[in-house]
Design a binder for this molecule. Structure first.
Ligand SMILES: NC(=O)c1ccc[n+]([C@@H]2O[C@H](COP(=O)([O-])OP(=O)(O)OC[C@H]3O[C@@H](n4cnc5c(N)ncnc54)[C@H](O)[C@@H]3O)[C@@H](O)[C@H]2O)c1
Length: 328
């Protein structure tokens, strides 16, 4: 392994924590985590690797603190996951999205330049491309974000690209599709559906459930990110999708079947404002150049997620109050 010291921002979040566990379980020993521990951050996700990583509770918007951490830690690589990540919350209030996703990213970029970080892995999203009723987005498709969340992520991508061009900054941008799996905060469709069933209520489905998402099991996602981190080309963008597309209504019905409850345990609710109809990625670059492919089919990933959720009911239900506030 060429690089040893890896700093993960947002490492107490859903995908960031899966990445930290994956790194530590595959032999990387110097892992540093920065996380503000917002409502979405939870160190319980890192319980199984407790003591094996160094943790800083820090806001990436705090320039002085970020500078001093980077100076002290002399990191070779930064994997930047920290973000406000939920579209519905961005529709309610875009301010923290601009703060963390745009300003926070800029602060990290400058601190990384100053402290000569060797590689910056920027975690973006398929949502920066906007919606695509037919066909697939490639890495060269134009960026046309539709939600405040997607716009803030797109702004961050453009900043990263400007640093690559202006300063020859050693960054790689990764655009994953919709993730699901263990430890996902139950505001997102799949864990929200599981929480509602555990709570004895119905699963809310936006509109008529016709929106299509490309479902990527989180363990496949972090395996892809590690591959890109180790073998990807500096300055490039990589799409990271599963090709496992599903209409929300079909995904929810498959989930209800996996949970062993009635197919009628859902209800259509007023659609999300500006709801993108479909996302779909062409991830051939990653598959062909770096030989990555997802291992987990949707039905299997849902089985793993349901089995895990049943074992972690207490954790899921501990978020119920916040979810009821969000969707009251
Ligand atoms: N979840 C998905 O389906 C998905 C898909 C594509 C891309 N992404 C991107 O992947 C990344 C991780 O997503 P996730 O689902 O794990 O998100 P998450 O909301 O579960 O976790 C985000 C983490 O960032 C931390 N954080 C937020 N603001 C911070 C700040 N100012 N300073 C430091 N830490 C802060 C939170 O405490 C939390 O631990 C994000 O950049 C997101 O845009 C997510």
């Amino acid at each position: 392994m060429q690089f040893k010291r890896i700093l993960v921002t947002g490492g107490a979040g859903f995908i960031g924590s899966a990445f930290v566990r994956f790194l530590l379980n595959s032999g990387h020993h110097a892992v540093i985590v920065i996380d503000k521990l917002t409502y979405a951050g939870d160190l319980a996700r890192l319980e199984e690797v407790k003591g094996k990583y160094k943790f800083y509770k820090a806001n990436i918007c705090d320039k002085t603190k970020i500078d001093s951490i980077l100076k002290r830690e002399k990191t070779d690589i930064i994997a930047h996951f920290a973000a406000e990540s939920h579209v519905d919350r961005s529709i309610n209030d875009a301010t923290p999205f601009i703060d963390t996703n745009v300003k926070g990213t800029q602060i990290l970029l400058d601190a990384s330049r100053k402290n000569k970080v060797g590689k910056f892995i920027h975690i973006s999203t398929d949502e920066v491309y906007g919606e695509i009723p037919n066909g697939k987005f490639s890495e060269t498709s134009p960026i046309r974000p539709n939600s405040p969340y997607a716009a803030s992520k797109a702004a961050a991508d453009l900043l990263v690209q400007s640093y690559i061009r202006t300063y020859k900054f050693p960054a790689i941008i990764i655009r994953p599709s919709n993730n699901y799996g263990l430890w996902q905060y139950p505001e997102k469709l799949i864990p929200l559906a599981i929480l509602r069933i555990l709570d004895g209520s119905k699963v809310p489905v936006y509109g008529k459930g016709l929106n299509v998402r490309e479902w990527l099991y989180v363990e496949d996602c972090v395996a892809g990110i590690l591959k890109i981190m180790n073998k990807g080309k500096i300055g490039e963008v990589y799409n990271l999708g599963s090709t496992q597309e599903g209409r929300n209504i079909d995904t929810v019905k498959l989930l209800l079947k996996t949970l062993g409850v009635s197919q009628k345990r859902f209800e259509f609710v007023k659609d999300r404002l500006g709801h993108d109809i479909r996302y779909s990625l062409n991830s051939n670059k990653l598959r062909q150049k770096l030989s990555w492919k997802p291992e987990t089919k949707l039905a299997q990933g849902l089985r793993f997620t349901v089995a895990w959720s049943l074992k972690h009911k207490v954790w899921l239900k501990s978020k119920l109050k916040d979810i009821n506030r969000l969707y009251r």
